[in-house]
Ligand binder design. Structure first.
Ligand code: IMP
Length: 422
């Protein structure tokens, strides 16, 4: 069974936990888009691992973990993660596979990302990890790929060409001194040497594994509404975060995908700028942020918080063909007198029951809510769906009916054990 796992909101839905659970059941884990803008923390036997690039499935013995062609790789970050694993005594030889076609993040990408943000009036609130500029070079056909790091002559050619242009932009537009060719060249050849044993043709590898009947988990990063096409543009990331991105970012046919699972938080969060129709008022937002520990895993920024938006998640279900949903962090809603679900937007007298792509509506609409009673119980102690308080079951039933996908997992805490399968 080949499964794609996608976020249905603005990322940080809790994909890491579900990936960890599903990784145990598959042979190969494939990360297919994004870069070190993503991040999740996994705790195993009291040891903490923070991953930005390498699939956390690497902690499961014997699993093959791929970084696909659709990912943008920051080799400095990659080295840190490899070192961390090696220090912890986790053997990744023959298990970590990096696509030769994946694009490389260079120092000028990171600087340009940050400098662009300082100049813009309408800031995106990026993670500053060089993601946008690196994908821009990819599309602009001047990107440097992992395989280029293995070839001194090719790297020299490409880097010289790129630096000529980037240094001019840096100096003239941003009054930045620019970069020296020799420094980057030497460092990146070194990165290439240390990554060489992992760089390979992941397209053939993955297709071979699938042909042999092995199970693959395609691990999405970020979420549907950060998608470059269907997200709240321009407040999005620079890759295809919907399920279709799994094929593009890994080199397998859509026919190879058997199931698509969507991950949604029981409420909504967002990091960075952009419209957020169901956002809480500040006092309640702070309360939920602290209760749900809603701070960015990569940048530590406080996350904005709001009610569950059924228009968004319904759109995500449609865009990705989601048939199963995992609802995360239900326990954060414990003790609330009532809970609201957004069922429509109202703007200039018009009612929207389907997600509108009009940024003006998303920015200015008021929300129409269905309000239902909350529960007093502490959900994190509950192991069985039937034992959930009736109000919690009611909430899940309403969501399931609205969204048109079966809720098969409910998370009530951060540990593997605090998970209810239904
Ligand atoms: P970038 O991906 O760094 O270019 O950032 C673009 C937007 O996506 C910003 O609003 C970020 O906060 C957001 N973003 C990127 N990665 C993540 C993530 O993993 N979780 C949540 N938001 C993210």
């Amino acid at each position: 069974m080949n499964i794609v796992l996608v976020g249905t909101q603005w990322g940080d839905e809790g994909k890491g936990k579900v990936i960890d659970i599903l990784s145990a059941q598959v042979d190969v884990i494939m990360r297919y888009q994004g870069g070190s803008n993503a991040g999740h923390t996994v705790v195993v036997d009291g040891r903490e691992f923070i991953f930005h690039l390498i699939p956390s499935g690497i902690l499961h013995k014997g699993k093959i973990c791929c970084i696909g062609s659709g990912v943008v790789v920051d080799p400095e970050m990659l080295n840190k993660e490899i070192e961390g694993l090696s220090k912890a005594g986790i053997n990744i030889d023959n298990r970590l596979k990096i696509s030769s076609l994946a694009h490389v993040i260079l120092p000028y990408h990171k600087i340009l990302d940050k400098l662009r943000e300082t100049k813009r009036t309408n800031k995106i609130g990026t993670t500053g990890r060089g993601i946008g500029p690196c994908y821009a070079d990819k599309i602009n056909r001047c990107g440097i790929r992992m395989q280029d790091l293995l070839s001194p002559a090719i790297l020299k050619d490409k880097l010289e060409d790129n630096l000529k242009e980037k240094n001019e932009i840096l100096k003239k537009v941003y009054q930045h001194p620019g970069f020296k060719f020799a420094d980057i060249y030497k460092n990146y050849l070194n990165y290439g040497r240390s990554a060489s044993k992992y760089i390979c043709d992941t397209v053939k590898l993955l297709n071979r594994e699938i042909a042999q009947g092995k199970d693959v988990l395609f691990e999405g990063a970020q979420g549907t509404f950060l998608d470059i096409d269907f997200g709240t543009y321009p407040f999005v990331t620079s890759s295809s975060t919907i399920a279709g991105g799994a094929c593009i970012g890994s080199g397998v046919s859509p026919r190879a995908i058997d199931k698509i699972i969507g991950i949604a938080k029981a409420y909504t969060t967002r990091v960075g700028e952009g419209p957020f129709p169901t956002e809480f008022e500040p006092k309640f937002e702070e309360f939920i942020r602290n209760k749900g520990k809603e701070f960015g895993a990569t940048t530590g920024r406080p996350r904005r918080c709001g009610w569950f938006d059924s228009l968004m998640v319904k759109e995500a279900v449609m865009l990705s063909g989601i048939t199963e949903l995992a609802i995360m962090k239900m326990d954060v809603l414990d003790g609330l007198k009532s809970i609201k679900i957004c069922t429509g937007y109202k703007y200039k007298g018009k009612i929207f029951r389907e997600y509108p792509y009009d940024p003006e509506v998303l920015k200015k609409a008021s929300c129409i809510y269905k309000e239902i009673p909350g529960w007093d119980e502490n959900l994190s102690r509950i192991k069985d769906y039937q034992c959930l308080p009736k109000q919690a079951k009611n909430y899940l039933k309403i969501l399931q009916d609205m969204l048109g996908a079966k809720i098969t997992l409910v998370s009530v805490g951060s540990s593997r054990e605090e998970t209810i399968f239904s």
